[in-house]
Design a binder for this molecule. Sequence first.
Ligand code: SF4
Length: 322
Amino acid sequence: MIESTPILMAVDLQKSFRVSSTLHSNRLLRAVDGVSLQLMTGETLGIAGESGCGKSTLAKIAAGIMTPDSGELFYKGELLSKLGKSEWKNFRVNTQMIFQDPFSSLNPRMKIGDSISEPLKIAGASLTQQQIELRRIMDAVGLSANTADRFPDEFSGGQRQRIVIARALIASPEIVIADEPVSSLDISIQAQIINLLMQMKKDFALSMIFISHNLMVLRHICDRIIIMYLGAIVEVGRAEDILNSCKHPYTEALIAAIPGLQTNNLNSNKQLKGDLPTTNSVTSGCRFHPRCPYTMDKCRNEIPLLTESKTGHAVACHLSCI
Ligand code: SF4
């Protein structure tokens, strides 16, 4: 059940990286540029956008494993930057991440049982408790407890992602942040892992952030979806509203690229033009204007603000005000 209180809240997060562009100069890449969001208790919040839009950086900041340049993160109403040592440890145990690549997520020299138990060990659980919980979680994710002494290279990609999921869940976290958890897996395995994650979410009463470039995946599992473009949120709303009546031309283009799906309200025959630019190359106005089929003079000069309707559907586009 989704509660009306946010378990995690981000306010105006900013994160930039220096990247080399030419032999003698560096440029600043604004990976996350003024992002605010709320993850409600019990909610599955999807984050979508092209590769390089800042999704993964945002995920790492939300999980507490990357520090933002500015902005604040609140966990159950408490400012994360002000948490004491034990409260911080509690947050880290209660907020787990599942990464895209199960091959690099696991230590190849560590038995999978030891890898899975690690968060419990960090939380200070006894050896007996670790062994009991290891059996329980391996069973829950469909792995035989008899395989706990094996090494990661003895498992397939799908099984490794089950191991990673088991490790994320063994300490009974409240929040799971899954960053493209199925995109490196065979199509035939993807549905199994998504179904497993959804079952785990239900069984463990998780609040979840699910990051994917695939809106069709998010459509089935998310309560709300955020659309990101060049480090910023351009649209957010209930999953059915985003898929059936999107309001931002970028969302429209993402949906238009999905075979068999069409939007109801805007011109659905609009594909994305050109490559994703860097944030530095869009110096004024709407960051989507160089690729937008609806660009007006106002779009080149004025930044559209993310404006929320009564239903909670928010969009950053001058067109939606017309
Ligand atoms: Fe397109 Fe203008 Fe809307 Fe930006 S503000 S998405 S350029 S119509």
